[in-house]
Write a protein that binds this ligand. Structure first.
Ligand code: TXA
Ligand code: MG
Length: 347
């Protein structure tokens, strides 16, 4: 199939530019589109055949459910079970929507099982990106959309990343520039008695707890793999990985830097093309490519997946990455680094 590219011109009317992509969604096709977190690959959430195409294009296993994106609260009523929208849900929606927060609630029967991988819950989010909002609005249906990457690869933060993975496999991509946040939405499961953080993301845990009190953290958030009971099937899988072998070094700053320098020098001695991704300042080692991800958590989050893809293009064999602290966006950054890592070294 030929993948069409719709490039948004900010100086022109947005709705007219989105209309052809919305028509593809209405006709059961799949379209990649920008959100404030990462690019998504969308289809009409009520059309099981269209949603199946998402799984095929991404080579995503069927047991990994999708997030459904809405453009206004009235769409939630059709997706969630009557009574599923509790006071906690209402507070979260009122405070963090539109924005990078996904809530998991009991689903209505109208949501096809392929969207939720057979679970009795559905993940819902209202993105803030104007292009995403317009696409949902004009399509007139909620849009099921995972990140628009091939399974296990880093999430795309630019249209070019989407095309690297999915050119020829999807109907279209809307190029709306770089995603602002760079890591995916925070997912909170409020379908049970206790609120449970399933994935840290664009809304920091601290902000959620300020609003609704203590939130339990799913063990998979801080571990690379989790084989126990998974409320979010996708969590147990390898994720976000660059082509290179990624070694993540955790510990206190001085020891981490010392350890990274040694690991990089050894890797270069072994003849490996080596890169260092740092969080606190550039770390230089002769023969290694050195890249500082940013000066603060927001910059690091924004650049992380882009840096992974840049390392793929440079055919790097080994990436040695420095940890960051787990406050604010740091919990999401460390979660993605741990999932992507082949090895975690404690310095
Ligand atoms: O920022 C984002 O959330 C992006 C943009 C496109 O909105 N989307 C995204 O989707 O990251 P995806 O598919 O890459 O990650 C969705 C995660 C998966 O790990 C999946 O297991 C979990 O959401 N999920 C979906 N439905 C769920 C449910 N009913 N219960 C628990 N987890 C669910
Ligand atoms: Mg994903």
């Amino acid at each position: 199939m030929k993948t069409r590219v719709f490039t948004i011109d900010a100086s022109k009317d947005l709705k007219a530019q989105i209309a052809p992509a919305a028509a593809i969604i209405k006709n059961g096709g799949v379209v990649a589109f920008p959100t404030e977190t990462v690019y998504g690959l969308g289809a009409n959430a009520y059309d099981a055949n269209a949603v199946k195409k998402i799984f095929e294009a991404k080579k995503r296993p069927a047991d990994d459910p999708l997030i459904v994106h809405v453009s206004d609260n009235s769409m939630v009523t059709g997706l969630a079970d009557a009574g599923a929208i509790s006071d906690v849900a209402r507070k979260l929606m009122a405070t963090f929507w539109p924005g990078p927060l996904t809530i998991v609630v009991k689903k209505s029967r109208a949501v096809p099982g392929v969207v939720t991988s057979g679970l009795d819950t559905v993940a819902i989010r209202m993105p803030s990106h104007p292009v995403a909002r317009a696409l949902i609005e004009i399509s007139g249906v909620p849009i099921a959309a995972p990140s628009a990457n091939l399974f296990e690869r880093p999430s795309p933060t630019k249209a070019s990343h989407v095309l690297t993975d999915l050119d020829g496999r999807i109907d279209a991509v809307i190029d709306g520039g770089s995603a602002d946040i760079g890591v995916e939405s925070t997912i909170i499961d409020i379908s049970g008695e206790k609120s449970l953080l399933l994935r840290p993301g664009g809304v920091p845990l601290e902000k959620l707890e300020e609003l609704i009190g203590a939130i339990e953290i799913h063990p998979s958030v801080r571990e690379k793999y989790f084989y126990g009971f998974a409320r979010s099937p996708g969590m147990k899988l390898k994720h976000y990985a660059p082509d290179a072998r990624l070694v993540l070094v955790e510990g206190t700053r001085d020891r981490v830097v010392e350890s990274i320098k040694k690991l990089a020098a050894d890797s270069i001695k072994d003849g490996k093309k080596t890169a260092i991704l740092s969080c606190t300042g550039a770390i230089q080692v002769d023969g290694a490519i050195s890249k500082q991800l940013g000066n603060d958590q927001a910059q690091i989050a924004k650049n992380l997946f882009d840096a992974f893809r840049e390392m793929n293009a440079l055919k790097i064999d080994v990436i040695i990455a420095e940890c960051t602290t787990e406050d604010g966006l740091g919990l999401a950054i460390m979660n993605r680094l741990r999932k992507a890592a082949e090895k975690i070294v404690r310095a």
